[in-house]
Design a protein around this ligand. Structure first.
Ligand SMILES: O=C(O)CCC(=O)C(=O)O
Ligand SMILES: [Fe+2]
Length: 216
């Protein structure tokens, strides 16, 4: 397969294909399994109006539920979420530095939460903005397993203009600056497109690192 070129999808939104080695992806898959064992398990997030998200999510550092962050998972089992490990923070710093070709931006990046989403073949994510953070620092997104269509739009509307980007296992996507509060979503996952060498036999994992801007 030809290497896919790195692309600026919108101002401040950069797609870096094949950023994670297979070995690093396998390490992340193992870590995600471990995080799912507790203290808070993966769950389908309940929405305030009664809906349930099709992805399953576990959080690190801070627990996200619509539409705020807390230290304990009061909508799951009340447990305190697992810590965000230093090695993952470090990976996020490197992601920002390399996506923006800006070592200082990488050094300044201090994520304090990660959302780990698992998509089975039917799971989707509707167009939304990541806007429960009190910070304009970029979001770092890592994808492992099945490919998906990642729809990345604009800060003003759920509709056009947007770009449909194919996110493949190992890809990095960073969105910050003028795109930090852009609408985005996952309209479809492509079953059986992942590489079993990552340790994920089916489905898709997405890890987003964020800065909440919150203090205890
Ligand atoms: O799965 C993805 O690629 C995006 C996930 C996402 O937008 C989110 O967790 O807020
Ligand atoms: Fe999001």
């Amino acid at each position: 397969m030809l290497p896919r070129p790195r692309a600026t999808v919108a101002p401040g939104a950069v797609h870096v294909p094949g950023w994670l080695t297979t070995q690093r992806q396998a390490q992340l898959v193992t870590a995600c399994r471990e995080w799912g064992r507790g203290p808070v398990p993966f769950r389908h997030t309940r929405l305030p109006r009664g809906g349930v998200m099709s992805v399953r999510t576990v959080c690190l550092g801070w627990h996200w539920r619509p539409y705020r962050y807390t230290r304990t998972a009061d909508d799951v089992n009340g447990g305190r979420v697992a810590a965000l490990p230093d090695w993952l923070t470090e990976l996020g710093r490197r992601a920002v530095a390399e996506a923006y070709d800006d070592p200082a931006a990488g050094r300044a990046y201090a994520p304090d939460t990660a959302l780990v989403n698992f998509y089975d073949a039917q799971a989707r994510m509707g167009m939304h903005r990541d806007q429960d953070e009190c910070s304009e620092a970029p979001v770092v997104s890592l994808s492992i397993g099945d490919s998906c269509v990642f729809r990345f739009g604009n800060p003003d509307t759920r509709g056009q203009p947007y770009s449909d980007v194919e996110l493949v296992s190992g890809d990095l996507f960073v969105f910050g600056g003028p795109s930090r509060f852009a609408y985005h979503g996952v309209p479809r996952v492509r079953p059986d497109t992942g590489d079993p060498a990552t340790g994920l036999a089916s489905g898709r994992l997405n890890i987003t690192l964020r800065v909440t801007g919150l203090a205890d």
